[in-house]
Design a protein around this ligand. Structure first.
Ligand code: GDP
Ligand code: MG
Length: 163
């Protein structure tokens, strides 16, 4: 069986749930404790589909200060990315969309999937249904807390990375 290895990055504003999403995906657990990510944390998980396996090397990157040389160096070799926004804070969605455009301009057409996270708090969201519909298929509603759609988001990206 052929095993492909792909680097992916979790990108998005502070506190949107990047670290929690990776933890849910890799360890199937959720932890309320808030531990600020320092620099970058790297995890791996292998996904199997059809007759293929793809090993995701997942870079969980702190912050989005793209002015820093460190940020650019983290992205090097990235095959695709998950953009994470917090449904309770619409400005994080705007920021994620801006970041996506910038990455598209700088790095070209890399596969990506958008995660509108904290779906367990959907009753508190400030994002209207109309706004959500405008986002299109590339965005999924997820919850790192309940695990809703987390696996799906990673596997959608993985399928787009496999060659
Ligand atoms: P990061 O800075 O993007 O890595 O965000 P974290 O994963 O550290 O999460 C920031 C805060 O949001 C933490 O207190 C998490 O417990 C909380 N959080 C993350 N994902 C979810 C979620 O899906 N639902 C809820 N209710 N809280 C979440
Ligand atoms: Mg983090």
């Amino acid at each position: 069986m052929n095993l492909q290895v792909r680097k992916i990055c979790l990108l998005g504003d502070f506190s949107v749930g990047k670290t929690s999403t990776v933890r849910q995906f890799v360890e199937s657990r959720y932890d309320e404790k808030y531990l600020t990510t320092v620099g970058v944390k790297i995890d791996t998980k292998t996904i199997h589909f059809d007759d293929r396996s793809i090993k995701l090397v997942i870079w969980d990157i702190a912050g989005t200060d793209q002015a820093t040389p460190a940020y650019k160096s983290y992205l090097r070799g990235m095959a695709g990315y998950l953009l994470v926004a917090d449904g309770t804070r619409p400005e994080t969605l705007t920021a994620a969309q801006g970041l996506q455009q910038q990455l598209q301009a700088e790095l070209g057409d890399l596969p990506w999937v958008g995660l509108l996270n904290k779906a367990d708090l959907v009753a508190e969201w400030q994002i209207s249904d109309a706004q959500r519909q405008e986002l299109g298929d590339q965005w999924q509603l997820t919850s790192a807390k309940t695990g809703e759609n987390v696996e799906q988001a990673f596997s959608t990206l993985a399928r787009n990375l496999a060659t």
